[in-house]
Design a protein around this ligand. Sequence first.
Ligand SMILES: [Zn+2]
Length: 233
Amino acid sequence: MSILEFLLDSILDFIFIYECEICHRHLEDKKAIICYDCLHKIEKVEPIKMNETFNLKFGEHGYITKAFSCFHFKEENIIQTLIHELKYRNKKSIGILLGEIVGNAIKYDNDFTSADALIPVPLHKIRLRERGYNQSELIAQGISKTTGIRVINDMLIRRKNTQTQTKLNFEQRKENVKDAFMINKKYKSFIVGKKFIIVDDVITTGSTITECAKELINSSASQVLVLSVAIAS
Ligand SMILES: [Zn+2]
């Protein structure tokens, strides 16, 4: 840490009181974002449940070899609050933290760690300009920190500025994201025979991830896996 960074850090410590994003209790470790108690209250996805959900969402088409999500996504649960803060309230550090949690959960799983790159689900350039950052990219950075797998941000391009999916049903979502993505030409030859992990914040119907995976497989990627912070059941 340089003297300048140290000074800045001390000033920030003086100005802000760091508190848990969920229960607002004071945090000793300002990088923690949420307290230990709240972190351990988040409902984790059991492996057997993950298999069930995987088959339901991705079993049919075979583009995706394996998927892992850390937490259940439910109305008003802690993870929904955190994702909301990350996406709409500029809390970028939440993305890195959640990514680190996901990374730690899979860092001994060779199926994942042998991947050639992490590919965050891209935002359309208009949405990216509005938000200023891509939350999935931050999550991928967190995963990269713990696993050492590189992140490639510009391999997939979102060509359709799709409407927000929250009020759509399964069929409407599928139609909404159909052919929404394309491969960046400069990676056409790099992709061949490689294994990729698509990274997203929340998997709901799985149609967005499926579209991304379809593009990679159609460009001759050998395998596509999926990591997300949370999954809706
Ligand atoms: Zn708390």
